[in-house]
Write a protein that binds this ligand. Structure first.
Ligand SMILES: [Zn+2]
Length: 79
């Protein structure tokens, strides 16, 4: 069983929305669901980069959890 997260973010510089797929490491404390991901150091250690303006500053607007490639949960976040 493998879990991955699709994280949707909005660039704070040019307001472009983009998504990035995160694959947590195989570790005991790796996040296994969206709530854990949002609280994790794993997420805060990610570096985003806008495809248009290359700004690394972005707001997370939503997260999708994928298990073995199937969507198990989607959560929109207020920003
Ligand atoms: Zn941008």
């Amino acid at each position: 069983m493998s879990i991955a997260f699709k994280v949707y973010v909005r660039c704070l510089n040019c307001q472009k929305d983009y998504g990035t797929t995160l694959q947590p490491p195989e570790a005991d404390d790796a996040p296994t669901d969206i709530d854990e991901l949002l609280e994790s150091n794993f997420l805060s250690s990610q570096r985003f980069k806008c495809g248009d303006c290359e700004s690394p500053i972005a707001t997370v607007t939503g997260v999708k959890a994928l298990r073995d490639g199937m969507t198990v949960r989607t959560q929109a976040l207020c920003s």
